[in-house]
Design a protein around this ligand. Sequence first.
Ligand code: NAD
Ligand code: UFG
Length: 341
Amino acid sequence: MKTILVTGGAGYIGSHTLIELDKAGYRPVVVDNLINSSIESIKRVEQITGRQIPFYKLDLRDAAALECVMEKYNFYACIHFAGLKAVGESVQKPLEYYNNNMTSTFVLLEQLKKHNCKNIIFSSSATVYGIPEEVPITEELPKGQCTNPYGKTKSMLEEVLIDLQNADKEWNVVLLRYFNPIGAHPSGDIGENPNGIPNNLMPYITQVAVGKREKLGIFGNDYDTPDGTGVRDYIHVVDLARGHVAALSAMERNCGLAIYNLGTGCGYSVLDVVKTFEKVNGIAVPYTIMPRRAGDIAACYSNPQKAKVELGWSAEFGLEEMCRDSWNWQKKNPEGYNTGE
Ligand code: NAD
Ligand code: UFG
């Protein structure tokens, strides 16, 4: 049984990936400092899988603490989710973002190298394409100018990993560029648990639906899109999690450097999402049109063919399932992981 180091495994995407790793016969070990997550997510994953998940609370920048974990296990690969991810906050706190995301990755890479674990999957983002030259976006499109420190850390870390693999061909590096993950595990026991006012569309919608917020603000209806609202490639988080398992199998074939978009290839507008959510869940989502949000682009969706052909992976769930599962999670957990215990 191969043991996988999962950094940031208590977070939204990480926790869902733990379940898929377990199903596929891998043994995940989690390190996370819980800065944006709760240990409760790991407990819930343990309930769902019926298996204990080794968990270490540590900051990746603490090399000595990480080294203790590295010495305990013989890791086959690392899936590196850990990082800060709020676009707006990164503009306010650039040093915190650069320090956390860059330094933690440097420390991690040194440790992986020292302990001869040279397989890494990195959580990148469609944000590295900047304002895309065209849609749908293929991996061959040049990267663009990121407008915020968060996006810049993703783009720079991609370059760091590419240089590392170039210098030492023993490394297998898979860069996964996620589009817009939403949804939750169908059990409704784990899901996205944002702190404070959500920045992203789906958690905002579910908080309006559950009565925590009055109405959704739609950021602009004058974009050059079919209904004027922004178009994105929403992907169910369980599909995204499975993409990581598929990427691990590429490592077994010594893939070297590989870059994949993880999206569905379908673009949906903000109004499409609101209407589908209302229809599937039978709940009204009041909204108001607001000015455009700084830094937003009109349309961003993937061409997911490369992952399909090379990894045999493609998304299975549609927008209806994404809306259903997001609501199921929110409804069962109106306060997220804050169970009040
Ligand atoms: P998340 O915040 O839920 O999970 C990230 C986890 O990393 C958290 O549990 C946090 O506590 C942990 N962490 C942060 N800094 C750490 C450090 N220095 N040491 C140890 N742990 C640390 O985010 P997520 O949505 O699950 O995203 C996972 C990864 O995917 C991130 O790298 C994110 O940037 C990337 N990504 C996310 C999206 C998205 O929309 N959710 C889109 C593209 C890329
Ligand atoms: N939107 C609203 N109202 C809201 C929130 C969002 O109208 O309250 C709109 C946005 O304007 C956009 C769409 O909904 O048109 C999606 O917005 P999100 O904030 O959910 O997602 P983004 O596409 O802006 O950004 C996400 C992640 C980034 C990542 C990017 C590309 O948050 O981290 O996808 O992968 F970089």
